[in-house]
Design a protein around this ligand. Structure first.
Ligand code: NBP
Length: 471
């Protein structure tokens, strides 16, 4: 008999997804360019007692033929060129109505392009964001589906079965056409950058401003994990801070080099925000912080020039740090969701914001209690900006004072709070009815005759500016 689904690409992610599929009782045909990976995979499937659900095929045509029609074929190869190569190889072997389901970390515009390319050929293209890393792929990731809706329904049972569950509900949903799934995954990663950076900034204040040892910080994060900040990232932060280096007996975190890596999805989300004209300062700040972190030589040189921060203590309580982190998080999520809402309008995706918050509640890196609250709040309203969603207005009112206090302490105490301070500035700009862009418009009209508006008098007005200047 034929396989329920096919999967190409048996590296870390693909093999874990395939094992997950087999474990949920679905037959999966598997293929990989380098055949030794197929043998390794079959051996692993045997060890796990799943070989009966696996149909290995070293020949691509035989693999395609082994999948039941209309075919659903997952590709989990390296993002970029290899995905296009795979599509071209598969094309002549597929029949109308079949689907290619690409589950790697692809750029959403590539996904959109592939979707548009395959649609007229009668092949449904699904670009699917899969979050949760290796563990998630094996035991239940959060799955963000975009692309051909008709073909999604053919694969829905399998994808929902392998996804993470939150209170029994699958963390897998169809979000919109074309590149919608990969776009949402990108913003997920941008938000993840923000969460991580804000946690790191608060850790910096604990370490340098409150003189706390890693173990003591870990204790605080464990406690916070019982409250509104309850999340996977807060939980693992406590573990990272607790870890001890075997060789030296020192806290491991103090030995790890302070240079953060990045693979590009944070940058993609910041670029998307800028391109769409949606402010996402917390995400941008988090990306910038990683870039600054990677320039250790420059930072060391600059510290010599300007001196290290003064050794003064920070005057802030742990309670206020917790509240500040919550307020920063609300702003960051508000920004990320506003970017998705705008992208949705621009691309006609109809992204369901409540549903997105829902499928992020388990399986992915940003899973949290907060997202449960968020999905509940978004279900009650169609307000786009989280800062204007009733339950969150209350939360923000209760907590922005602490964020303000932290940012003020940070400024005077010389702690870098690039993400948290950007979040606060955004909040203050967002809620300021009378801003300062009147001056910008005056300047623009002065040098470029761009015109300005005066309410009651009309648009495209000009000032009678002096024609000679000192400079
Ligand atoms: P890799 O990204 O390391 O890719 C290796 C796979 O791509 C192998 O199966 C390899 O075949 C295949 N491949 C390559 Br490379 N070029 C190919 C080509 N021209 N034609 C056919 N196959 C080709 O695998 P991974 O680490 O499992 O990641 C897979 C995807 O998942 C990537 O997009 C990655 O960014 C994403 N990812 C996501 C997460 C997450 O948390 N969601 C984590 C890690 C990765 P070979 O064996 O013949 O070389």
């Amino acid at each position: 008999s034929k396989a329920d689904i096919g999967l190409i690409g048996l590296a870390v992610m693909g093999s874990n997804l395939a094992l997950n599929i087999a474990e949920k009782g679905h037959t999966v045909a598997v293929h990989n360019r380098t055949t030794s990976r197929i043998d390794d995979f079959v051996a692993t499937a045997k060890e796990q007692g799943l070989e009966e659900k696996v149909i290995p095929q070293a020949d691509l045509k035989a693999f395609v033929d082994a999948v039941a029609k209309p075919r659903s074929i997952i590709i989990m190869v390296k993002a970029g060129g290899p995905v296009d190569d795979m599509i071209e190889q598969l094309l002549p072997m597929l029949d109308e109505g079949d689907a290619i389901i690409e589950c790697g970390n692809s750029l959403y515009s590539d996904t959109q392009r592939r979707f548009d390319y395959l649609k007229p050929k009668g092949i449904g293209y699904l670009g699917v964001g899969v979050s949760g890393g290796e563990e998630g792929a094996r035991h239940g990731p959060s799955i963000m589906v975009g692309g051909a809706k008709e073909q999604w329904h053919n694969a829905e049972t399998v994808l929902k079965a392998i996804s993470a569950k939150f209170n029994g509900e699958p963390c897998c949903a169809y979000l919109g056409e074309g590149g919608a799934g990969h776009f949402v995954k990108t913003i997920h990663n941008g938000i993840e950058y923000g969460d991580m950076q804000m946690i790191a900034e608060v850790y910096g204040v604990m370490r340098d401003g409150l003189g706390m040892e890693p173990k003591a910080c870990a204790e605080v994060f464990r406690k916070w994990n019982q409250g509104p900040l309850n999340s996977y990232l807060i939980e693992i932060t406590a573990h990272v801070l607790d870890a001890v280096d075997d060789e030296t007996g020192k806290p491991l975190v103090e030995l790890i080099l302070d240079k953060a890596g990045q693979k590009g999805t944070g940058v993609w989300s910041a670029i998307a925000a800028q391109t769409l004209g949606v402010p996402a300062t917390a995400i941008e700040g988090a990306v910038a912080a990683r870039s600054i972190s990677s320039r250790k030589d420059e930072r060391e040189a600059a510290e010599k020039v300007y001196g290290a921060r003064h050794a003064g203590k920070a005057d802030i309580s742990l309670e206020d740090l917790e509240k500040a982190l919550l307020a920063g998080k609300i702003v960051s999520y508000a920004q990320g969701f506003a970017v998705m809402a705008r992208a949705s309008e621009e691309n006609g995706w109809n992204l369901p914001l409540a549903e997105i918050a829902k499928i992020w509640r388990a399986g992915c890196i940003i899973r949290s209690r907060f997202l449960d609250q968020m999905s509940a709040a978004y279900q009650k309203t169609d307000t786009v900006n989280l800062l204007m969603v009733p339950d969150f207005i209350e939360l923000m009112k209760q907590n922005h004072g602490a964020l303000r206090k932290l940012v003020a302490e940070g400024a005077l105490g010389e702690f870098p709070l690039i993400c948290l301070s950007s979040a606060l500035s955004y909040f203050d700009s967002y809620r300021q009815a009378q801003g300062t862009a009147n001056l910008i418009q005056g300047q623009r009209d002065f040098f470029g005759a761009h015109g300005f508006e005066i309410v009651g008098r009309g648009k495209d007005l000009h000032g009678d500016w002096p024609s000679t200047l000192d400079n």
